[in-house]
Design a protein around this ligand. Structure first.
Ligand code: ZN
Length: 343
């Protein structure tokens, strides 16, 4: 890691060298490389996120330029992902930039999301927002959601199993058709405020959750750009929601006597694991293989960062396990905390 580049970040409380390393191993996908995705991707790349992905099927148009600050006049007509990747690689050659030069569709969403730890939703239409929510919920990934409507911007972090999801808050799309930025007005700087807030939230999800940082999980930031009145609303999982009804099923520490299942690939388990943890990769669960454990006893599952375990919990429950929980922050957080406790 180039410590000089990140010197002003690592000195911050709650970040440190450890936090910078967490950023460097994180993979964040920006859905949409437009008004929100532009500032989000710029700040994520500048901050040294290990992999920044961009998915967008659009080309750069002149009317994009007042808010989509990844692009300039020479980019007109170019695919956004290509133009964006060129800028971002110049900004920070240490970051791996991955481009998906197509739209997010129900057929490809889970396949695209599978390679990431955090999804930043910078899309500008309801259909995509529901699609992002449902694909991320299926994979247990957190979504840093942002939206702009007129002078108002909103940001929240949705993560099924740890808080509400988009469907908990917005069970139905508005019945009257609401145009996106292409039709309705938007001030570019407000898109910058919201997109930068999304980048900040995505970074916070990478840091230790017990320290300085508190992501907007279960809370929604509402910014009125016209007056700069800001509110933070508490939001709850909705028991009527297909995802939210599952409630909160995460634990932050391991109680004695609990069965522990490591759902990472077996070679990761061989390198290091929580003592007593059974190696049972997610991929084996997906194939319907049931771990040889008592179904009635409490069971905690973990993956590397805690982002992938939701799916394992779901599969184990389908196999008849009655009390399955996920370990918050996964193996990374556990190993950090146990090294603090014992090292
Ligand atoms: Zn929900």
């Amino acid at each position: 890691m180039n410590s000089g580049r990140y010197a002003r970040q690592v000195t911050l409380p709650g970040v440190g060298v450890d936090g910078q390393e967490r950023l460097a191993s994180a993979r964040v996908l920006c859905v949409g490389a437009g008004g929100l995705g532009s500032p989000a991707a710029l700040y994520l790349t500048a901050a040294g996120i290990g992999t920044v992905g961009l998915i967008d099927g659009d080309v750069v148009m002149e009317s994009n330029l007042p808010r989509q600050v990844l692009y300039d006049s020479n980019d007109l007509g170019r695919p956004k992902t290509q133009a964006a990747a060129a800028k971002l690689r110049l900004l920070n050659p240490q970051v791996k930039i991955v481009t998906h030069d197509h739209w997010l569709e129900p057929e490809n969403a889970q396949e695209v999301f599978r390679g990431y730890d955090v999804i930043v939703d910078g899309s500008d239409n309801f259909a995509t927002k529901y699609l992002v929510n449902d694909a991320a919920a299926a994979l247990g990934l957190p979504v840093v959601w942002g939206s702009i409507s007129g002078h108002e911007g909103r940001v929240s972090v949705f993560c099924v199993g740890r808080g509400p999801c988009y469907r908990c808050v917005y069970p139905e799309p508005p019945s009257a058709p609401v145009g996106h930025c292409g039709e309705n007005g938007v001030l570019g700087a407000l898109a910058g405020v919201i997109g930068a807030a999304q980048a900040l939230e995505a970074q916070k999800l990478c840091f230790k959750t017990d320290g300085v940082f508190r992501p907007l999980l279960g809370r929604m930031l509402v910014v009125d750009g016209a007056t700069f009145e800001t509110f933070v609303w508490e939001i709850q999982p909705n028991s009527q929601c297909a995802h939210g009804s599952k409630g909160l099923r995460a634990v932050s520490r391991l109680e004695p006597g609990v069965m522990i299942v490591d759902v990472r690939p077996a070679d990761e388990w061989r390198k290091a694991h929580v003592p007593g943890a059974l190696s049972w990769p997610l991929e084996a669960l997906e194939r319907g293989k049931t771990p040889p454990l008592e179904r009635s006893r409490p069971c905690v599952v973990y993956c590397q960062y805690g982002a992938q375990t939701w799916r394992a919990v779901e599969l184990l429950e389908q196999q008849g396990f009655r009390d399955v929980r996920e370990l918050l922050g996964g193996f990374t957080r556990w190993s950090h905390e146990s090294s603090v406790a014992f090292g």
